[in-house]
Design a protein around this ligand. Sequence first.
Ligand code: SAM
Length: 379
Amino acid sequence: MDKNVQERFTGVIKFTPPLYKQRYQFIKDLVGKYKPKKVADLGCADCTLLWMLKFCSCIEVLAGLDICENVMKEKMHRLSPLPGDYLQPAERSLTVTLHHGSVAHKDPCMLGFDLITCIELIEHLEESELEKFPEVVFGFMAPTMVVISTPNSEFNPLLPGVTFFRHPDHKFEWNRAEFQSWALSIARCYDYSVEFTGVGPPPTGMEDVGFCTQIGVFVRKYSQTSETAHFEKPTKAAYKTVFKAVYPSLKDEKYLQNAVVSEVVFTAQVIKRSLLDHLKSEHEEYNDSPVEIKSKFQHSKNCVSEDLEKLAVERSMEPFVNGNVVYIPLTKIFSFSKVNQLCGTFEKLRKLITGKVTLSSDGSAVMVSTEHENEEEEN
Ligand code: SAM
């Protein structure tokens, strides 16, 4: 069969994009389709897939596991938050954790996942590890979905230079029948369904060899709440955590407060600018001098009592000038979509900015000084 395949094919196989990228893209597409929140990659090596997945906005928990600590550490810095993540925290929360350990061992940190990927992992497992793998992944971890990819040995005769296995560390390479029979028996045993597909299509006329990488997509048939799964499976930790990054998120009150305060200050400045421009153009119509404009801004300063000021804010959503200060009702600020999207409720807005932004005595308006504007007029 192998010889026959070689004889029939005279071209050179070149995958575009490269095969490993096609495997990662397959996972990214699956994530885009099913929107899992918790994803773990077993045999994550240098964490490239995890790094790609951190940009998928549905994911809130990412975990990697590998038996080789050094390979994980090589580029794990890519999984840390960037300055931009702090400057503009995302809506979602994201925690990325890397564990050093073997897929032959159970650890409670791998419970409750929606998707577990095992890309080009199983063919690296020793016989004893491969035996334990189904019980650990499908019996213990029991995620909603598992994706396993492995070389399809039927494709090997088309690969230049491959006489035995594709990699010296491979313990086996299966043809489609072997992989499918292994996968189907796992699916039956652990109550999963499985569908087979692959990446790296065969060249035209050689379709009978199948994909270069064969993939099994397993979906759990029974439903399980994370609470019962955790409750039923008390196990001691077997892995060592080697990396953990908690990304800044607006779900964290501290980052939400910073974002709201910045947005309120910015919005208040925009409103103030627009009000002062409006007043200025009104005065210019009547040929007032800058000094007169300034005095008009200030004129009410001494004659509007605190009660009147309160009344004015309460009566209207509109900002007004009193002396050197522009009063911008919080209701006005809350009507700006970015502010109300961030806060959700008016009460939350008030709570988050109290003590962080200068408010009128009754707390109903943001106070912004006009002093800088007046200086501009004078210059
Ligand atoms: N999944 C990655 C990818 O597709 O780029 C890397 C695959 S690499 C070919 C196989 C990885 O499995 C290696 O990083 C190896 O250290 C890891 N590995 C081998 N045996 C393992 C075990 N028992 N438990 C966890 N990881 C293991």
